[in-house]
Design a protein around this ligand. Sequence first.
Ligand SMILES: Cc1cc2nc3c(=O)[nH]c(=O)nc-3n(C[C@H](O)[C@H](O)[C@H](O)COP(=O)(O)OP(=O)(O)OC[C@H]3O[C@@H](n4cnc5c(N)ncnc54)[C@H](O)[C@@H]3O)c2cc1C
Length: 336
Amino acid sequence: MATLLRRSWRGVQQSFMIMRPNNASHTLVDSSRYASSSHKSAIFTSVGALCSTAALLAAWQSQVVSDEAHSQAEVSHKSALKPNEWISFKLAETIKVSANTNIYRFTFSDNEKLGLEVASCLLTRAQIGHKSDGKPNYVIRPYTPISPPDSRGYFDLMVKIYPQGKMSSHIGSLKPGDTLEVKGPISKILYKPNMKKNIGMIAGGTGITPMLQIIDAIVNNKDDLTKVSLIYANISPEDILLKEKLDVLAAKNPNFKVYYTVDKPTSDWNGGSGYITKDMVLKGMPTPSDDTLILVCGPPGMMNHISGDKAPDKTQGELSGLLKEIGYSKDMVYKF
Ligand SMILES: Cc1cc2nc3c(=O)[nH]c(=O)nc-3n(C[C@H](O)[C@H](O)[C@H](O)COP(=O)(O)OP(=O)(O)OC[C@H]3O[C@@H](n4cnc5c(N)ncnc54)[C@H](O)[C@@H]3O)c2cc1C
C-alpha cells in the first residue's frame, strides 16, 4: 500500500487523490487510473471539497509511517477470502467512472492479502426480499476484481449499475461503511507468463475487467514477452471504462495495443464506429495459430456475434460467430 501511495503522491501533477477522513488506510486513490476525462473535473471538485493539500500530505505521511511500521511487523500470507464461506467486506470508497459504472473499494485487514489467481472472479451475495415460504431470498452474482491479485487490505470491483438489476443496484445503493458478502476466488482461465506468443482480447463494457487482470499481469512482468491486442467496444466514447489507464499502458508497453470502437461516435471520435466487424478482427487480432489465444467477454449480444455465448451449463460451448468464420478453432478461444 505504501508503494501505491508513494507512486500516487509522486504522480500528483497528473493524478488526483480522493480522501475520506474515516478510513485513512484505504481512501487515497490514484484516480487517474480510474477516471475518464469527463469525470476528472468532478473528482477534482470533490477533492477540493473534502481536503486541502496540507491535509492530504498529512494523511499521506501518516499512512507511509504506519505502512513502514506495518512492514516491520509480522505480515501474514493469509488470504482474506474463503472459497466456501461468505465473508463480509466493508465498503470504503466509491469512484464514478462513467454515467452508470463505479469502482467500489472494499477493505479487510492489512495483514491479509486478497490472494487471487489470474484470472479469477469473486461471488457476491445479498439478501434481497423473501421467498414465498418466508425464507430469505439470496441473489448471487460474480464480479472480477480489478485491483492487484495480491493486494493487501483492499480489493476493487468495477460494477455497471442496471436500474432493474438485482445485485448491481444493491451494490449501487451501498454507502461507505456498509458491507457486502463475498466468497471465492473462482478460477477462470489460469494465465501463465509466455503461455502463448500472442493474446487477442475482445471486450465489451464491463467485460474489460477480466482482461485488465491479464493485461496487468503481463505488463508488470518484464520476463513476460506476450504480445497483447485488445479490441474494446462500448456504446459511446463517454462509456469507455478506464480509457486513460488503457491508453497509458499502451503508450508505455510496446507489447500492448488497444483499439476502441463505439456504437455512437461523436464528431471528434477517431476510433472505430459501430459493432465489431470482421475487418476489425482481421486487422486487430493475432492470426489463428497454436501460439494464439483469443479471450472474449461482453454482453450476450456481443458474445453471440463474436464467438457464440457459453453453453447453458457455463462450459465454453461451441465456437461460432466472427471468430469461427475467420478460422480460429475452439481451443484458440476462451469465453469468460
Ligand atoms: C465471470 C463473470 C464476471 C463478471 N464480472 C463483472 C464485473 O467485473 N463487473 C460487472 O459490472 N459485471 C460483471 N459481471 C456481470 C454480473 O455478474 C451481473 O450479471 C450483472 O451485474 C447484472 O446483475 P444484476 O443482478 O444487477 O442484474 P439481473 O437482476 O441479473 O438482471 C436484470 C436486468 O439487467 C439487465 N442486464 C443484466 N446483465 C446484463 C448484461 N450483462 N448486459 C446487458 N443487460 C444486462 C437486463 O436487462 C436484465 O433483465 C460478470 C459476470 C460473470 C459471469
